[in-house]
Design a protein around this ligand. Structure first.
Ligand SMILES: C[S@@+](CC[C@H](N)C(=O)[O-])C[C@H]1O[C@@H](n2cnc3c(N)ncnc32)[C@H](O)[C@@H]1O
Length: 387
């Protein structure tokens, strides 16, 4: 995350509709407002540039094929058919992207980013960076992780243990779950937070990236039918394919109806940097972080904030690796600590370990068919702020 893609807003879900409210609306000066609006437009542009960006890569693949000697081309009679299918998948993804971006105007209840330009004519001037285009593709893959049947195994490994620990500590049959405040920082497309709200907890997801916020706004607010949409998240993978069919594999979403929350559910999403948004001491019973703590410039600040915002007796449940996001980003501060150091800092703040597993096999937006698999040995722990 070398560049700023953030926004400071919050979304709250009531009667099946998610409202977005800017938490910084009154605190911004004119320059910040302008920057925020520019940023909003930039990310919209990146989404809308998706089609031409992706088709350029297809053009390259086609050209490489045409540059083969004729007798080699003849040995690949289906190659161009596959290329045509790849184009069709990209076109389809773009249709979904247009739906996602069409929902963003007026997305923030108390913040008007307009008049932002949407529609294809928006792509003018300097095209979005490769970094931004990667973020668009990552967002498509995140739909598979969070909201598809295809992502079920990945979610089970990452989210189920976290949900189980929270349910064990705040049993819904023994306490009124709507009085238990659970925060999910770095919520991505919001599935873990949604699942916790479904258990009855008063749950808030927090997310910094507008790429993710556009996506979660779409899935949580606009998707009202199971598997109504199809994406081709792996269509940009040109290598490590066992079969061309895997590149064009369809993923349908959402696997559940995001509106299916109990009427009493209290579910919200707050946008912005975790460190900026959460400053109120002793306000949460539980903080659940999954694949999040390594997004920090300074992981100690994250631990400090979690310590501060937890109520005495509150729990922090964490699952994930230490793939420090800023480790190799030039001009970005990044302190890379081993888990041993992280653990000792957690103890120094005063947390008590209740559970700790050092090697939970987990994946992140992994294409199960790929010849390359990244598997994390995630740390999973539950710590408590003493009473
Ligand atoms: C690796 S993703 C994990 C998403 C989700 N928890 C999951 O497991 O699928 C990390 C997420 O944290 C978000 N993030 C990074 N820095 C953040 C910050 N300072 N405050 C809030 N969210 C942040 C990123 O935008 C990204 O969506």
């Amino acid at each position: 995350m070398a560049e700023d893609e953030s926004s400071r807003c919050s979304t709250s879900c009531s009667e099946g509709e998610t409202h977005l409210i800017s938490s910084g609306a009154n605190g911004f000066n004119r320059d910040e407002e302008d920057l925020e609006k520019e940023n909003f437009q930039r990310i919209l542009n990146a989404f809308l540039f998706y089609r031409s960006h992706s088709l350029k890569r297809v053009q390259r693949a086609e050209q490489q094929y045409r540059d083969l000697p004729a007798h080699h081309q003849e040995m690949l009679p289906c190659y161009m058919d596959h290329i045509d299918l790849v184009r069709t998948c990209i076109d389809h993804n773009y249709q979904v992207i247009k739906l996602i971006t069409a929902q963003t105007s007026g997305m923030f209840e108390n913040k008007d980013h307009g008049p932002v330009q949407s529609g294809e004519n928006v792509i003018r001037g300097v095209p979005p960076t490769g970094f931004d285009m990667d973020k668009v593709k990552t967002t498509l893959k995140q739909f598979s992780r969070d909201w598809s049947d295809a992502g079920k195994a990945e979610r089970s490994a990452c989210y189920d243990p976290v949900i189980a620990e929270i349910c064990q500590r705040f049993p819904v049959h023994k306490c009124d779950p709507s009085t238990v405040y659970v925060l999910v920082p770095g919520a991505g497309l919001g599935r873990l937070a949604f699942e916790l709200a479904k258990q009855g907890y008063c749950c808030q997801g927090n997310e910094w990236s507008l790429f993710m916020l556009f996506g979660s706004n779409f899935v949580l607010n606009k998707c009202r039918e199971v598997n109504a949409f199809t994406l081709y998240p792996w269509v940009h993978s040109w290598i490590n394919l066992r079969s061309f069919s895997h590149q064009i594999e369809a993923v349908t979403f959402p696997d559940v109806n995001p509106a299916d929350l109990p009427a009493s559910a209290n579910f919200s999403m707050a946008a912005g940097d975790f460190l900026d948004v959460y400053t109120e001491p002793e306000s949460w019973h539980c903080v659940a972080t999954v694949f999040f703590i390594d997004t920090a410039h300074n992981i100690i600040s994250y631990i400090e904030t979690i310590w501060k915002i937890l109520k005495p007796g509150g729990y922090w449940v964490n699952m994930g690796p230490l793939l420090y996001h800023f480790a190799e980003v030039p001009n970005e501060h990044s302190i890379e600590l081993s888990y041993e150091e992280v653990r000792s800092i957690i103890l120094k703040f005063g947390f008590e370990f209740e559970k700790e597993e050092l090697s939970v096999k987990s994946t992140y937006t992994q294409n199960v068919h790929s010849m390359l698999t990244y598997q994390y040995n995630s740390v999973f722990f539950v710590v408590r702020k003493p009473l």
